[in-house]
Design a protein around this ligand. Structure first.
Ligand SMILES: Nc1ncnc2c1ncn2[C@@H]1O[C@H](COP(=O)(O)OP(=O)(O)O)[C@@H](O)[C@H]1O
Ligand SMILES: [Mg+2]
Length: 413
């Protein structure tokens, strides 16, 4: 029986990957921290054949620990589940001689400063970017660069829109820089984050991601996902639809740009989640690439809509097998997140609806719970997965469904 090592399985794709491993008859082992493992959900724990505990906050020791475990256990494939550890997964696969990505570019798949350099060097269409270590330097670099406003300010390493803001004038730069540098460590594993500041040209337009499997250097684009985000100064994701409702020209531009980005980053065996924006002229710019499964249950949407099991294809690829990437149907699926109108305490929500289009619903907050701000992805209180014959049908049903839900917060006098 072949064996894979999942590097931090407590992510939204974790269950899909463990299910795919069981279906493929592959033993799934997991690398995590002992303290994090204690809070793994039982549904995850019961599908795991073995664990290796390490401290990812010390990456070199972690790499040694995992290499030893893989050699002793006879691991055949390394699976990067969590974006923050995708460089470690790439370096581990390289050390073990297993299918993976180019190790020299491993850090650039996670660190936005390095990613911008790689994109620039390889002519990948991406927003113009300047970097700085502190707010003062950022103001100088922006002024020297001639970049106009609005700009996007973000930290080199984070995720889920944390620390990302749109800045409309020089006066707003210091506040945006402080926000971008507020989080220095990533919770649960205590990873030190690079808080170098990036200021980027603001790319107007609609937002998409391209979901891809790369096998032996061959890129298979599975689907384009349309993203629905908040429109104010922050960019929180409100939902996704697979496949996106695009014209053939926009799809072609997205695939072409994603291909260029994936090649530039040296991705050879695994999956990629490429985020991009397309402006009114049809020009496409890459926002970032994650060398890991998409979050927010997008793999589930791909499976519902097209019948492609991306988790299965990922495992096949890292095991050196040919991935199953052919679509089995041509329908659409969507996820929408319920958020509160502002941060506070949740008083009440109307029941989440059912019906022929509803695949699944879940609430993550209960009345009386503290709820985060709707300005980043921490403010979610529930989610709905829907299906339809086409993207336009599922988007319409999703909009009607969300409009019909009422969220009330506790008001304070
Ligand atoms: N240069 C940009 N132009 C326009 N929007 C951007 C830009 N950079 C980021 N965004 C918006 O902010 C979101 C989060 O930024 P991103 O760079 O993807 O960081 P994260 O790692 O937090 O996902 C993006 O999905 C997009 O909506
Ligand atoms: Mg992103």
């Amino acid at each position: 029986m072949q064996k894979v090592l999942l590097i931090e399985a407590d992510v939204s794709a974790g269950e899909d990957l463990l299910t795919a491993a069981a279906e493929l008859g592959v033993e799934a082992h997991v690398a995590t921290h002992e303290d994090v493992f204690r809070s793994y959900r039982p549904e995850l724990k019961e599908r795991i054949s073995g664990t290796v505990f390490t401290d990812f906050a010390d990456p070199e020791t972690a790499l040694d620990d995992l290499e030893r475990f893989c050699r002793e256990t006879g691991i055949d494939g390394i699976v990067a589940c969590w974006e923050f550890l995708s460089p470690l997964a790439t370096r581990l696969a390289d050390r073990l001689g297993l299918p993976g990505h180019r190790p020299e570019r491993a850090e650039a798949c996670r660190n936005k400063r390095l990613m911008a350099e790689v994109f620039d060097a390889h002519g990948v269409p991406a927003p113009r970017t300047v970097v700085a270590q502190d707010p003062g330097e950022l103001a100088r670099r922006v002024a020297e660069s001639g970049l106009g406003y609005p700009l996007v300010v973000k930290p080199a390493e984070n995720a889920a829109s944390i620390g990302v803001s749109v800045v409309h004038s020089a006066a707003e730069l210091p506040g945006a820089a402080r926000l971008a540098q507020a989080q220095t460590h990533k919770s649960s594993h205590g990873l030190a984050l690079d808080i170098t500041l990036l200021a980027q040209e603001h790319v107007d337009g609609d937002e998409f991601s391209v979901e891809s499997v790369i096998s032996g250097g061959t890129i298979h684009h599975l689907a384009i996902t349309e993203k629905f985000t908040t429109r104010g100064t922050s960019r929180a994701e409100l939902g996704h639809t697979v496949p996106a409702e695009t014209t053939p020209a926009v799809s072609a531009a997205l695939y072409e740009a994603a291909t260029a980005a994936i090649r530039a980053l040296g991705l050879r065996n695994g999956v990629a989640h490429t985020e991009a924006k397309v402006g009114s002229t049809g020009a496409c710019k890459i926002i970032e690439v994650g060398a890991r499964p998409p979050g927010d249950h997008i793999m589930r949407l791909v499976r519902e809509a097209l019948g492609i099991d991306e988790a299965r294809a990922f495992l096949q690829t890292v095991l050196g097998r040919r991935p199953d990437v052919a679509p089995l149907r041509d329908t659409a699926a969507a996820i929408r997140f319920l958020t509160a109108p502002e941060a506070g305490v949740l008083r009440w929500t109307s029941a989440l609806p059912g019906g022929e289009h509803v695949v699944a619903t879940s609430m993550s907050k209960m009345p009386g719970d503290e709820v985060g701000s709707p300005h980043d992805n921490m403010g979610r209180i529930g989610q709905i997965v829907l299906r339809g014959a086409t993207a336009s049908e599922v988007n319409k049903v999703a909009a009607e469904t969300m409009d019909a839900i009422t969220v009330e917060m506790v008001t304070q006098w």
